[in-house]
Design a protein around this ligand. Structure first.
Ligand code: B12
Ligand code: SF4
Length: 717
């Protein structure tokens, strides 16, 4: 019996190049999907070797080859590649966001392989199994819930007695119509499961971190959540020994020591979290890891222990900053305590992600204000990052059940369900025809709040925080808060681009135009006179005026550790397309002021910074001395070391001529040591220079003599 398992696509919804090329999206979608890998490991242990199809990787290969104009054809391509795999059973994983796509692919696979069985499983198919079988004849079975025990039973029946009513958790067709068998019993001992079959896909190869399942089940009952019910609220944790065993195996095979530990709510049981941390500390392995937590299930002592055990990231679903809404959605977090926990996690040196939701039916402007205040608190804390999502009614959650008759379909739905600019027209047709199967693409009524305002607020806060969090923080501090500032901003935005809506609006916030327009708006707004804000505006101007370097052509980067001797013809180039700027005051003081909600206390005058373009870096400005600034600025990709040295001679005429070569090459070396520049060598140019009698004798001798002074001189510069 041949089985082909297809994971749920989490990347295939992107319709323009800028979207699918975004680094974070690529990174997220290259993570292995543990559900499919766990099932594959179980089947493998029973002697069946399943083939795994990774739709995300397939999408990227396809998108890279065809570009955005050909993306519409992805479902057909995926189906033809899956259909080309000779299998008796095709098992599809599912996630709400890509459920229409999965069904379109399955329909085509069924056409190509009518004799094979199509089985769906995973979080989305499980909650809409009956409707799926009723509406999509291409799907033969849905195996609901955790399937490590039930999938082998189904396969046995498929190729044996075909007594499908004996398969727990199965929804299937019978002569009486769609039948829903009783749920499969819960898997209590997760240690008994084999480790995910990472080796079948090689997906971990080349990754910096690995996902590893820590456990399943959250006992809470938030009204919008779908996972609590899926894992039947039964909190289960794998033992520390078992986790450590898997970590060691992953490190040995793939060299990875950083882990994303998957569990919806790891911190429910304090004693077990402590036991896990003590085991990690005692192991002395030095692994690092991140996890999910609730702000009411941790305190300072536990957070410090987690940090000592290698925790480097915590995800908190805080959802709303409003006490009133906390009760309405059955989350019941103390929002003041949530603010404190963000600070405690920061002090422990752990990154935190604060996830928030807007668009609840009962939400008022005051509730929204509190949520934005929570967002801004996280934005002000350097190691914290806020996320804001528009509510998506996930199928069969209490919230969906309550509002299923009042859902509306809009141009732009929740980013939870679709993050791209355009939904495929065939998806749209399915979504329109089957609201019960795809409710997550709909929006709920928000009688107290204008829905288009909410959609724009989400784009605005998210993009502004991502691109200029400190400027946003200063603006928040200066006036009545970001929500009111946003209202003023939208008035202007609407005059600039009247009628901008839907995916065009989402796109606008991702373009440099937004930054330009918003900066201009702030200058004309009352908050623009505030000291810290003025400095951030100066910063944005300086960055936009400064030039990025050129990439040198046909040359190879030198590696510092190889200790190769530099040559006059080598080309030093600023790293990460960085720019060099000069500001009238210290950026650090302005950032401190925003972090602490105070007025800045300026202690310094003009300052220099190298500003890199490193995606995701919170403060990309690196403080340097004026000499290093001039040096790095001169490394524009068009000058050789020889030309940079000549250029610096004009910048620093007071340096005696006899010392210039040495001093200026030392500056280049220092910038290299500080990782501000890279040095490229064109082998032909080096040979040409030698022929022409160029060499760097003074530099190499003096450099050796000066190496002991290296550290001191870096600090002095
Ligand atoms: C890691 C994760 C991700 C990763 C990887 C996705 C993945 N599928 O693994 C990333 C970051 C990419 C991701 C993204 C999203 N995620 Co997510 N994610 C998770 C998370 C936290 C863990 C998944 C996991 O590894 N679970 C452990 C494994 C063992 O369980 P499992 O995957 O469910 O698999 C079991 C069963 O489902 C079943 N099964 C699975 N596949 C198959 C296939 C067959 C044939 C069969 C028979 C059975 C079967 O058997 C498996 C073993 O028991 C879950 C929550 C959770 N705790 O599960 C949410 C979850 C899957 N995500 C969810 C959502 C909504 C999203 C997003 C759409 C929204 C968002 N913005 O976060 C995006 C995707 C869209 C996008 N473009 O980005 C929802 C899905 C709800 C739903 N009804 O579909 C979940 C359940 C969380 C929630 N909020 O409720 N996610
Ligand atoms: S605490 Fe998190 S995982 Fe648990 S029910 Fe609430 S939202 Fe879901």
């Amino acid at each position: 019996m041949q089985v082909c398992l297809v994971n749920a696509a989490t990347a295939a919804e992107f319709s323009d190049t800028a979207e699918f090329e975004a680094e974070e999206i690529r990174r997220g979608s290259s993570d292995p999907q543990l559900g499919i890998l766990s099932l594959a490991a179980v089947l493998e242990a029973q002697g069946c070797c399943p083939q795994i199809v990774d739709l995300n990787r397939m999408f990227y290969r396809y998108a890279d080859a065809v570009g955005e104009s050909g993306l519409e054809g992805f479902a057909e391509l995926a189906a033809s590649q899956i259909g080309a795999i000779d299998a008796d059973v095709y098992g599809f994983g599912s996630i709400c966001s890509a459920y229409p796509l999965a069904l379109r692919i399955a329909k085509e696979v069924k056409r190509l392989r009518p004799e094979a069985a199509i089985v769906f499983g995973g979080p989305q198919a499980s909650v809409v199994s009956d409707q799926t079988l009723k509406s999509f004849p291409c799907v033969d079975f849905v195996l609901r819930g955790e399937a490590e025990e039930s999938l082998p039973i189904l396969l046995e029946e498929l190729f044996g007695g075909r007594r499908f009513d004996l398969v727990p958790g199965l929804t299937h067709r019978s002569v009486w119509g769609v039948q829903r068998n009783v749920d499969a019993p819960l898997l209590v001992d997760l240690d008994a499961l084999p480790s995910p079959a990472y080796h079948l896909t090689g997906e971990l190869r080349g990754l910096a971190r690995a996902s590893l399942e820590l456990g399943r089940g959250c006992p809470f009952s938030c009204t919008f959540c779908s996972t609590n019910d899926f894992f039947r609220r039964k909190f289960r944790l794998r033992s520390p020994e078992r986790i450590l065993k898997d970590m060691r195996a992953i490190e040995a095979e793939y060299g990875i020591g950083d882990f994303d530990l998957v569990h919806d709510m790891f911190t429910v049981d304090r004693k077990r979290v402590q036991a896990f941390c003590h085991a990690l500390i005692a192991s002395g392995q030095g692994y690092t890891w991140s996890c999910s937590a609730r702000t009411d299930c941790v305190d300072e002592e536990l957070i410090e222990l987690m940090a000592a055990a290698g925790c480097n990231g915590m995800f908190f679903g805080v959802e709303t900053g409003s006490e009133r809404m906390q009760k309405i959605i059955d989350k019941h977090l103390d929002t003041r305590r949530a603010h404190e926990i963000i600070d405690i996690v920061e002090r422990a040196g752990i990154r935190s992600t604060i996830s928030l939701i807007i668009g609840f039916p009962q939400e008022t402007r005051d509730d929204l204000r509190d949520t934005i205040a929570m967002f801004m608190h996280s934005a002000r804390v350097p190691l914290s990052g806020p996320q804001i999502n528009i509510l998506a009614p996930l199928a069969n959650t209490p919230l969906h059940v309550k509002y299923k008759d009042r859902m509306t379909l809009d141009l732009l739905c929740s980013d939870m369900s679709h993050q791209g600019r355009k939904q495929h027209s065939e998806d749209m047709e399915l979504i329109r025809n089957y609201p019960d199967i795809f409710p997550n693409f709909y929006l709920l009524p928000t009688p107290e709040l204008d829905r288009s305002m909410l959609l724009e607020l989400r784009e605005f806060t998210l993009m502004a925080e991502m691109r200029f969090r400190w400027l946003l923080g200063a603006a928040d501090q200066a006036g009545a808060g970001i929500l009111d500032l946003f209202t003023d901003w939208v008035e202007l935005r609407d005059t600039l681009y009247p009628g901008l809506a839907g995916s065009d609006l989402r796109h606008y916030y991702r373009t440099p135009r937004f930054l330009r327009d918003f900066i201009a708006f702030l200058r004309s707004h009352a908050v623009g006179t505030i000291e810290a804000l003025k400095l951030f505006l100066e910063y944005e101007d300086a960055v936009s005026c400064a030039q990025s370097p050129q990439s040198p052509r046909s040359s190879r980067p030198l590696r510092r550790n190889d200790k190769e001797t530099l040559d006059w013809s080598d080309i030093p180039v600023r790293k990460n397309q960085s720019r060099v700027i000069e500001l009238s005051r210290g950026l650090e003081e302005a950032i401190d002021a925003v972090m602490n909600c105070q007025e800045p206390e300026w202690e310094t005058g003009r300052q220099h910074y190298v500003v890199g373009q490193e995606p995701g870096k919170k403060n990309p400005a690196y403080h340097v001395s004026s000499r290093i600034a001039k040096t790095v600025e001169a490394c524009n990709g068009r000058r050789t070391i020889c030309h940079v040295v000549k250029h610096l001679a004009t910048e620093f005429p007071s340096v005696p001529e006899s010392r210039r070569d040495y001093e200026f090459v030392r500056l280049i070396e220092t910038a290299w040591a500080e990782d501000l520049i890279e040095i490229f060598r064109s082998d032909s140019a080096a040979a040409d220079n030698q022929d022409a009698g160029f060499s760097m004798p003074e530099y190499t001798e003096m450099s050796a003599a000066a190496s002991a002074r290296n550290q001191a001189s870096i600090q002095a510069l």
